[in-house]
Design a binder for this molecule. Structure first.
Ligand SMILES: *[C@@H]1O[C@H](CO)[C@@H](O)[C@H](O)[C@H]1NC(C)=O
Ligand SMILES: *[C@@H]1O[C@H](CO)[C@@H](O)[C@H](O)[C@H]1NC(C)=O
Ligand SMILES: *[C@@H]1O[C@H](CO)[C@@H](O)[C@H](O)[C@H]1NC(C)=O
Ligand SMILES: *[C@@H]1O[C@H](CO)[C@@H](O)[C@H](O)[C@H]1NC(C)=O
Ligand SMILES: *[C@@H]1O[C@H](CO)[C@@H](O)[C@H](O)[C@H]1NC(C)=O
Ligand SMILES: *[C@@H]1O[C@H](CO)[C@@H](O)[C@H](O)[C@H]1NC(C)=O
Length: 463
């Protein structure tokens, strides 16, 4: 009897061992291999369908061991979503045709050496929102997301050298503070680089030079106090996001830095610029954005202190040396700033806009802004019906609360008033014209009279 029990236990133990070596989770998994689209182990916990393994938000606390990954060989997964579990450590995976691997939001602190080495088809790896303090060993891929981890430095970017075909890299939300890259020989394939919320105070001189083919750059929510000087090294940049940086004013001096950089191009291809949510941006000076020849989309919204944009902010001297040139801006967003006017000279062709939003500014409604009522309101409303209802007068007192749409509808000619300019000087706008006009006219009349008298005298004396 006892020997029978012992024998049974031995058989059971061997069977269990055999099952686990087959990659099964339990014995039942082994007996259930035939279930359609189901595999033992991973697929008993996750959804396996159409080449996709979805383990997202399954409350997993341990990463699957290599033999369980190996058991997916016949299923041939190309997309594996492991996001939103809690793993701490990523261990070795097996040779699988995985192209997209999502390990986002898993509390990962460590990625074991060579963990991904056998995933030769990898195109996209999402390791965002984890707790990595070192860049893990990586393999060749197109898209790498390391955003919102705890990476303090890129000095160990040697690991990036293997990324010979990387086109998209997200390093946002890491406390990088300083960018230093000593390795050359990578980065030239990169098209998109995101460095949002990285506590950056500057972009060092040799950093951007790595990314000769970069098209999109996100530098939002950093500590930049001016437009980084060396951005001009990125000749092919099409999109630049500088939102949420403590830049106080954009002036020609920023632009001069670009200019002084030898004969380097000055973001001549840039099509889209974002300068929004800038807490202390007050002013955009003459020509400050003038060298962005290809600019099509300008986002300048939600800048609570931005009260002044010079009429010539977007102009550059014409190539033939006569007059000025403007970029052909198609989309202009200047919503919710502190602007008292939109200057008619800011763009050369308002009629070519395909989108505009200048709502939510404290506009002054007087003779100076008459063009807004007469010309801009119809343009704004044509592109978006009734949008000019959000263009509200906040000065002078008697105009306060009227919308520009209303003022337009009643054909109101706005009066000229005394205004206080930003330098504190009281300017008597237009009134100066009126006041001066009287003595000038008087002088002209006097001169005419004199001339007539004189000519009469000469004719008289001729006779
Ligand atoms: C086999 O897998 C199917 C599908 O997951 C499940 O419904 C069934 O209960 C399993 N059978 C056994 C014997 O575990
Ligand atoms: C995985 O499933 C979740 C819902 O459970 C879904 O939101 C997610 O998009 C799926 N992932 C993939 C890669 O299909
Ligand atoms: C993550 O998973 C938890 C449950 O485990 C769920 O409540 C939460 O909505 C998930 N979050 C995301 C972003 O999917
Ligand atoms: C990874 O999963 C998260 C949800 O947890 C999702 O937001 C993200 O877009 C996914 N990444 C990829 C590359 O699909
Ligand atoms: C625009 O406002 C007028 C009234 O001022 C209203 O009759 C019309 O329906 C509005 N059009 C749209 C598209 O909201
Ligand atoms: C404004 O002018 C237009 C055309 O000049 C005219 O049709 C309209 O009646 C005028 N509106 C008012 C309120 O005077």
């Amino acid at each position: 009897m006892a020997s029978r029990v012992i024998l049974f236990f031995i058989i059971f133990a061997v069977a269990a061992r055999c099952a686990s070596s087959l990659g099964g989770d339990t014995l039942t998994d082994v007996l259930n291999i035939t279930a359609v689209g189901k595999q033992p182990g991973i697929c008993s916990k996750c959804i396996c369908k159409d080449g996709k393994v979805n383990c997202s938000s399954k409350g997993l606390t341990k990463f699957f061991p290599q033999h369980k990954w190996a058991a997916l060989k016949n299923f041939k997964p190309t997309i594996v979503d492991m996001s939103n579990n809690s793993f701490e450590k990523i261990t070795l995976m097996a040779e699988l045709p995985i192209e997209v691997l999502n390990l986002s939001r898993c509390g990962i602190q460590v990625v074991e050496l060579a963990a991904f080495r056998s995933l030769r088809n990898m195109r996209v790896l999402d390791l965002s929102h984890n707790k990595l303090s070192n860049t893990p060993e990586l393999i060749s891929m197109d898209v790498l997301n390391l955003a919102y981890n705890d990476l303090h430095t890129l000095i160990d970017l040697g690991v990036f050298l293997k990324l010979k075909q990387l086109t998209e890299l997200d390093l946002s939300g890491n406390p990088l503070a300083e960018l230093r890259v000593y390795d050359s020989g990578w980065g030239s394939t990169l098209k998109i680089l995101r460095l949002r919320s990285c506590q950056l105070t500057d972009i060092p001189i040799y950093f951007m030079g790595h990314f000769t083919n970069l098209e999109r750059l996100d530098l939002s929510d950093n500590l930049l106090t001016s437009i980084p000087k060396y951005l001009n090294q990125v000749e092919k940049l099409l999109y630049l996001n500088l939102n949420q940086n403590p830049i106080r004013e954009l002036t020609i001096s920023n632009e001069m830095h670009w200019k002084l950089w030898g004969n380097a191009p000055r973001l001549l291809k840039l099509k889209e610029l974002h300068l929004c949510n800038m807490p202390i941006l007050r002013e955009i000076g003459p020509g400050a954005l003038g060298y962005l020849e290809s600019l099509e989309k300008l986002h300048l919204s939600f800048n609570p202190q931005l009260s002044y944009i010079t009429a010539t902010a977007l102009t550059r001297p014409a190539k033939n040396g006569e007059g000025y040139e403007w970029p052909m801006v198609k989309e202009l967003y200047m919503k919710s700033n502190a602007l008292s006017e939109v200057n008619p000279q800011l763009l050369s062709r308002w009629d070519l806009l395909t989108a505009i939003d200048v709502s939510g500014n404290p506009f002054r409604c007087d003779c100076d802004t008459q063009w807004m009522v007469d010309v801009l309101v119809p343009i704004v409303d044509k592109l978006k019906p009734n949008a000019s209802e959000a263009m509200v007068c906040s000065a002078p007192k008697q105009m306060r609360g009227f919308t520009m749409r209303y003022v337009h509808e009643v054909n109101r000619t706005m009066e000229c008033v005394f205004t206080i300019k930003k330098n504190g000087a009281v300017v008597i706008k237009s009134f100066i014209g009126v006041l001066l006009a009287v003595p000038i006219m008087a002088a002209v009349i006097l001169l005419l009279k004199c001339a007539i008298l004189a000519s009469k005298r000469t004719t008289n004396s001729d006779q």
